[in-house]
Design a protein around this ligand. Structure first.
Ligand code: CP
Length: 308
């Protein structure tokens, strides 16, 4: 499909299947750039990108920075600790000031759901959501789709199980929406206290039993416990959580032979996933990280307007 000018990437809910496929196809063409001796193309020369990360991040911030630099854009990183938010400046004032320096694309991560949407309303430049509270993490879902498609060739018809703290995870919501739009069957599992009420209305299968969650799955996506977004104690102890909802080799005995195990990171070894499984033959966790650069190159390219 032809990619029309779209200003912002705020969530998977705004994207059609065709648009997601365009992003994945574009990422495929960019993946090879990172394998070159000189990992750079001039595609976004003269474009200014600001990564405004007001919550911690390793993978998303680094891969957006690498993606921009590999496209020859000028990339600046701003964190909460180094910004004038600490002196009382509002998010809106800070964003206006960043835009006043002729910024073309603002990538934002914020602890509040809706922060990216708010900035998209007050700014003329493109806004890319790098994760807003427990709402959406669209670029993570897109790199997850890319990683599944790369291995399985197609997503339609696959059973994908997402296990863990679904209620507080923006990765879960973006992946549920993205996988369903691509024709996958989505199953979610976790302790009842971490499964949102009414989630079945999204069309997902819900189970509270790990063996049922794993049975017949083509892909298992493990999530960490999002302690920073939980209001209180949602399970008795870490040990109990790991016993009932941790993925280990014993639990995988009845799994499909071509199963893929994914995790958006950061992983908590021995809690939601054992080290043997995280580093084992089914795991594509580091492929997800590698693919994150190509997918974010595609997103920066398409949302910069350079594709037109
Ligand atoms: N997956 C993910 O968002 O990781 P970071 O928090 O390290 O960016």
């Amino acid at each position: 499909m032809a990619w029309g000018k779209r200003k912002d990437l705020l969530g998977i809910e705004d994207l059609s299947r065709d648009e997601m496929e365009s992003i994945l196809d574009t990422a495929e063409s960019f993946k090879e750039v990172s394998l070159r001796e000189i990992k750079k193309v001039p595609t976004l020369r003269g474009t200014t990108i600001v990564n405004l990360f007001l919550e911690p991040s390793t993978r998303t911030r680094t891969s957006f920075e690498l993606a921009g630099k590999r496209l020859s854009a000028d990339v600046i990183n701003v964190s909460a600790a180094s910004s004038s938010l600490l002196k009382g400046e509002s998010l809106k004032d800070m964003a206006w000031n960043i835009e006043a320096m002729n910024t073309d694309i603002l990538v934002v991560r914020h602890s509040a759901a809706g922060a990216a949407q708010f900035l998209s309303r007050v700014l003329g430049c493109s806004v890319i959501n790098g994760g807003d509270g427990a709402h959406e993490h669209p670029t993570q879902a897109l790199l997850d789709l890319f990683s599944i498609r790369e291995r399985k060739k197609q997503i339609e018809g696959l059973t994908v199980t997402i296990i863990g703290d679904i209620a507080h995870s923006r990765v879960a919501l973006s992946n549920i929406l993205a996988l369903q739009k691509m024709g996958a069957h989505v199953r979610i599992a976790g302790p009842a206290t971490m499964i949102p009420l009414g989630v079945a209305s999204l069309g997902v299968e819900v189970t509270y039993d790990m063996d049922a969650a794993i049975e017949g799955a083509d892909v298992i996506m493990m999530l960490r416990i999002q302690k920073e977004r939980q209001g209180g104690h949602l399970f008795p102890s870490i040990r109990e959580y790991a016993t009932h909802f941790g993925l280990n080799q014993r639990r995988l005995r009845g799994a499909k032979k071509d199963l893929l195990i994914m995790h958006p990171g950061p992983i908590n070894r021995g809690v939601e996933i054992s080290p043997e499984v995280a580093d084992g033959p089914y795991s594509i966790i580091l492929d997800q990280v590698t693919n994150g650069v190509a997918v974010r190159m595609a997103i920066l390219f398409l949302y910069s307007g350079a594709a037109q």
